[in-house]
Design a protein around this ligand. Sequence first.
Ligand code: NCD
Length: 306
Amino acid sequence: MRHLLSTEDLTRDDALRVLDTAEYMATVADRSVKKLPTLRGRTVVNLFFEDSTRTRTSFEVAAKRLSADVINFSARGSSVSKGESLKDTAQTLEAMGADAVVCRHPASGAPYRLARWVRGSVLNAGDGTHEHPTQALLDAFTIRRRLGRLEGLSVTIVGDLLHSRVARSNMWLLSTLGARVTLVAPPTLVPVGVEQWPAEVSYDLDAVLPKSDVVMMLRVQRERMTAAFFPTEREYTRRYGLDADRLAAMPPSALVMHPGPMVRGMEIASDVADSTRSTVVEQVANGVSVRMAVLYLLLGGTREVT
Ligand code: NCD
């Protein structure tokens, strides 16, 4: 594996290798010196053409814990805002000797183009509405840690499916790893072609909740919306928001997940987001371990991990 562009083309073995390696990386976080020498002398470039808090800092912390040099390059404040093309940017990074480029871009498919232009590894950190593979890997890691397995679990993904790369990456990965995925959204936020996906579709959240082992809530992505997809926010929350009553309808051991950023009071009530059933903060912590694992596996590291 040289690049990580999607979970759709990730094999079960590759996915499990990432999750198992991440288990080891998580032990590093418990040490007083949270650092491995593995990627010393390697350069990781964070190339972000879209806003991000969690994902960018998570990749930065992950690369630094492996002793790599990290360069943060964001579209604002760079020559990209002067109209430099992705190809020219790629050639510049190439000339600087980047071993890995972590790319977030508003256009679906941009990291695939980048992968053709650079010699290093490309890691997709979210491309348009297409995929966000490390988010799905950290979600799978979080579920496996909490519930002990993925095989046979029922995972319900709720909300703005149309614009969500998190939903797409999770659906592919979770189905590869043997979970049953149900997608829930208002009909206007369900993508065309959904019947070809390895998932069930439902418009009735209340009918699905009692059968769910995991409920993953998505943010309504207003910044990608070109039209009105539902009547009012109140109406959306009433039908698709996760509040305390709906939490009570889930099995007692079922988890509540959210990739962040959350819009409290809209898709998720504040008390639900902060409940012990919610894995929101764990997901962020696990994100570092999973991204360390991916960087380690793609860049090879030095052989021994100590
Ligand atoms: C998501 C994203 O950017 O795709 N956030 C994330 O990476 N944690 C989801 C979102 O923006 O709602």
